[in-house]
Design a protein around this ligand. Structure first.
Ligand code: NDP
Length: 479
């Protein structure tokens, strides 16, 4: 299979005719060739987006909402294909790709259609005047997304950008381009207006960087690693582009001494190992109250040992491969480092060799490590793989201090039979998203984003609609 860029409503080969190989990480086999786009391809995409902007932005919001619903319906009818391609590109289990990736890609469009429909006009009355807050589109916006939740995260940005009247130049990760390409096929099938959504495939430092640098792209919404986020900010901030940065995390799962332990063990295992630990929200540091430590860790190890690791195409697989053999080596090197830092592997710890067709796949056992210092590299750096460390604490204050020790501040969860206590512990953790007695329980209206090195800005509900619009205040003085 060879895919092309999608520019101005057409599938177009990259101008320099260079292609990259795209692998299935669960088999090591090449699945497709994808464009290695350059500045010139991005230029063409920006021109197409600029040409499409007047018509798209002049549609009424109701007309754009109708388009969002058409996309949602068309995507819904292809959700089996979305799941199959996502599983093939990422190595994630097909059941997870269906339940999370395919379902959420559809619901992102449905949600933002409904949210925009209910958007409240903001007016502020004074004794002698009224302020009318109006919204205009930002213009052409650049969307750059990672490989862990490919279409899920891309549509999370596309839907609000579209509904607010912007046109789009987007670059998915070069490791997971296939569902973005499927979305383009769907757009063609519903005769979606040409040039409103343009997808340029290729590498971050070339295609991605050209999007950041383009003077006619007025806003950048980026999800990815903190190191790349710094490059994005350095490039885009001096050009005064609007910027949204959703970056890395090293999130704590805190098990208080009054937690329902079997439930907390299930939750902690799910938080640590969903998508092989490759979710920015994963709880990779499990902090456990001293007096329940042994009982909890035994339950947690049982949970992890009961997970089925295997062929992602098998409906019963819980854990598939990681994203690439390079990433597998990086994760394994952290496991080695953990041993040097004094950690003891309680479960897992090794590369897994599976039978064909997965003999060359990038599989790692879900791994729990005990005995690491809370400020060790393995307990503070984002590993982004199926590896979690377990740490002991005595008081709630100590747990909070341990949770806050990293440079990150994205998410976390607290497990307790006392929700009031859980909420007050959560309030003292420096993170943008916290759960009590659950994990990854999402209401799309709520603010989503991180503090410290986990990002700048918030997505979700009104926050996304505000990012993708320019607000003006018109103050009308009354006679
Ligand atoms: P990267 O930062 O490596 O890449 C993210 C995107 O940026 C990719 O499309 C990449 O392209 C592109 N890119 C790389 N360099 C540049 C550049 N110079 N200019 C413009 N674009 C560039 O992240 P990963 O793909 O490895 O994703 C994993 C990271 O994403 C983790 O740190 C994770 O925590 C974070 N993440 C954060 C989330 C959040 O909501 N906070 C959600 C999901 C993930 P290419 O792939 O071609 O290099």
């Amino acid at each position: 299979m060879q895919i092309e860029n999608f520019i101005g409503g057409e599938f177009i080969a990259p101008l320099k005719k260079n292609y990259l190989e795209n692998l299935n990480p669960a088999t090591g086999k090449i699945t497709s060739k994808i464009p290695s786009s350059t500045k010139e391809d991005v230029e063409m995409a920006v021109k197409a987006a600029q040409n499409a902007l007047p018509n798209w932005s002049q549609l009424s919001i109701d007309e754009r909402i109708i388009w969002l619903r058409k996309i949602a319906n068309a995507l819904e009818s292809r959700k089996e294909d979305v799941a199959a391609l996502e599983s093939m590109d990422t190595g994630k289990p097909i059941s997870l790709a269906k339940r999370v990736d395919a379902a959420r890609s559809v619901s992102n469009f449905e949600f933002f259609a409904e949210h925009a429909e209910n958007l409240i006009e903001l007016n502020y009355k004074m004794s002698d005047a009224t302020n009318y807050v109006t919204r205009k589109p930002v213009g052409v916006v650049g969307l750059i997304t990672p490989w862990n939740l490919p279409l899920y995260l891309l549509t999370w940005k596309i839907a609000p950008a579209l509904v607010m009247g912007n046109t789009i130049v987007a670059k998915p990760s070069e490791m997971t381009p296939l569902t973005a390409n499927l979305l383009c096929e769907i757009l063609t099938s519903i005769e979606f207006p040409e040039g409103v959504i343009n997808i340029v495939h290729g590498l971050g430092p070339s295609a991605g960087q050209s999007i950041l640098e383009h003077p006619n792209i007025k806003a950048i919404s980026f999800t990815g690693g903190t190191a790349t986020g710094k490059i994005v900010a350095q490039t885009a901030a001096p050009m005064f582009k609007k910027l949204s940065l959703e970056l890395g995390g090293k999130n704590a799962t805190i098990i208080l001494d009054d937690a329902d332990l079997p439930n907390a063990a299930k939750g902690a295992a799910r938080a640590a190992f969903t998508n092989s630990g490759q979710v920015c929200l994963c709880g990779s540091r499990i902090l456990v109250a001293d007096n329940i430590y042994d009982e909890f860790v035994t339950l947690l190890i049982n949970e992890v040992e009961s997970m089925t690791i295997g062929n992602p195409s098998d409906e019963n697989t819980d854990i598939g491969s990681v994203i690439s053999s390079e990433h597998m080596e990086k994760v394994l090197s952290y496991i080695e480092l953990a041993k040097q830092e004094g950690g003891k592997i309680s479960v897992g710890g090794s590369k897994l060799t599976l039978p064909p067709p997965n003999a060359d796949g990038a599989f790692i056992e879900p791994t729990l490590i005990e005995g690491l210092a809370i400020d060790s590299r393995c307990a503070t750096e984002e590993i982004f793989g199926p590896v979690a460390s377990i740490h002991r604490f005595i008081t709630d204050d100590e747990a909070i201090e341990m949770a806050n020790i990293t440079e990150y501040g994205l998410a976390g969860s607290v497990w307790t039979s006392n929700p009031t206590r859980g909420k007050s512990v959560a309030e003292r953790i420096d993170s943008g998203i916290l759960w009590v007695n659950t994990w990854l329980h999402r209401d799309l209206r709520t603010p989503f984003g991180g503090v410290k090195s986990s990002g700048v800005g918030r997505e979700g509900g009104d926050w996304s609609l505000n990012f993708f619009s320019e607000l003006s205040n018109i103050c009308v003085k009354e006679e």
